[in-house]
Ligand binder design. Structure first.
Ligand SMILES: *Cc1c(COP(=O)(O)O)cnc(C)c1O
Length: 399
């Protein structure tokens, strides 16, 4: 079948909750993908940073196949031989004390919300049903009803109410706003260290340290959503490391499986996860042996193949190349590691047209919020491949 026929099938039989570029991908390897016509593209989105280790990474694939032949799911009614080692390895790599495994990113966020509320009632002494969680404007934490209850994007919220109460929105990057918003009922501050979906928004220097100090002073749990920024993407295992800060809860997902399988986790540095007792929270697939085997290898690949250092090196080089593009329509080029954003002035007429042209030139990326293009290739990209990308990007973004 030709691309157009697949597009028609999706549009006819599928819900229209996405507006993808019309490229029908059938195969991937490393940073490259191929469409059904055999055209080759560089993937500069990495499934929103889920394939940091590159498409169809050989070692992860082997681990997945091997585990799939042995055991895939026991439920947590029983123990399995992958879960304990997964916990230990993940804790050692992220300097955490305890892990709670889930499947999607949104479930990790939901888990954190439940845990901090319970902690608030059990430990902090907040009256039942009165806990407050502070979040930031333009956040993205997922798509469930509770999570969209504190989204500030009307596209995400309109028509979906009634919403879950208990959230307070402040400006991102403003530590004083956090200090002012905290009350004795505040149990947690949930924030992305870099806002990804909002358009790669980097907070002012010192912000993470300041919010850490404020949360310590006020007895508020600091929760970092590192589902997009974590696991090497920004040139550090976790983006919080750029300011030498540790959250009380850190949420990861996406690249935890290298794109093979939905796996997420709540990492805990404090005793917050300790408030959850048997039966109070769970997931049939959470912590299953197939997920754990895949995640163990996906983490090994990040470390042993030096993908984190490579993200820092190639990211800096990529950003330098993007900054050299001279076009008054470009408002700003920003990023950290291989999470890069190019923002256009509104007069440029939107970022989508550039993404369409880049696709024709063999490079896949996606606009976010109308005026911003995010470049986030798999972390296995080489300097020569960054040059290849820049040779195509520069003439198109100069238009
Ligand atoms: C993608 C993402 C999520 C949601 O993850 P899903 O697996 O799509 O549910 C949550 N937070 C951030 C920062 C994300 O980028």
């Amino acid at each position: 079948m030709k691309s157009q026929e697949y597009v028609l099938l999706e549009d006819e039989y599928g819900a229209h909750n996405y507006k993808p570029l019309d490229v029908v991908i059938e195969r991937g390897e490393g940073i490259w993908v191929w469409d059904v016509e055999g055209r080759k593209y560089m993937d500069c989105l990495s499934a929103y940073s889920a394939v940091n280790q590159g498409h169809c990474n050989r070692r992860i694939m082997d681990a997945m196949c091997e585990q799939a032949k042995k055991l895939t799911l026991t439920s947590r009614a029983f123990r399995n031989d992958q879960l304990g080692p997964f916990y230990k390895e993940l804790c050692e790599l992220t300097n955490s004390h305890r892990v709670l495994p889930m499947n999607s990113g949104a479930e990790a966020v939901e888990t954190a919300i439940k845990a901090v509320r319970k902690w608030g009632v059990m430990v902090k002494g907040v009256p039942e049903n009165e806990a407050e969680i502070i979040v930031c404007r333009n956040n993205f934490h997922g798509r469930t009803i509770t999570i969209i209850s504190f989204s500030t994007d009307p596209v995400s919220t309109t028509g979906f109410g009634p919403f879950t109460p208990g959230f307070k929105v402040i400006e991102f990057g403003d530590a004083q706003a956090l200090e002012a918003a905290i009350s004795e009922k505040t149990v947690a501050f949930l924030v992305e260290p870099i806002q990804g979906e909002a358009g790669v928004i980097i907070p002012p220097d010192g912000y993470l340290r300041d919010i850490r100090r404020i949360c310590d002073e006020k007895g508020v749990v600091l929760v970092f959503d590192e589902i997009q920024t974590g696991l090497g993407r920004t040139g550090a295992m976790l983006a919080e490391e750029h300011e030498g800060v540790e959250a009380d809860l850190t949420l990861i997902g996406k690249a935890l499986s290298g794109g093979f399988y939905p796996i997420s986790a709540v990492l805990s540095n404090s005793e917050v996860l300790g408030v959850l007792k048997p039966g109070e929270h769970g997931s049939t697939f959470g912590g299953n042996p197939l997920a754990c085997a895949v995640a163990r290898t996906a983490l090994k690949v990040l470390v042993e193949d030096n993908l984190i250092g490579n993200a820092a090196t190639q990211g800096a080089y990529f950003m330098q190349g993007l900054r050299a593009i001279n076009n008054p329509k470009i408002k700003e080029v920003r990023g950290r590691g291989l999470l890069l954003g190019v923002e256009f002035h509104p007069e440029a007429g939107g970022a989508r047209q550039y993404c369409e042209k880049l696709k024709e030139a063999g490079l896949l990326c996606k606009e976010t919020h109308e005026t911003i293009i995010r470049f986030a290739p798999p972390l296995v990209i080489t300097r020569e491949e960054v040059d290849w990308a820049l040779e195509r990007i520069a003439p198109i973004l100069s238009q």
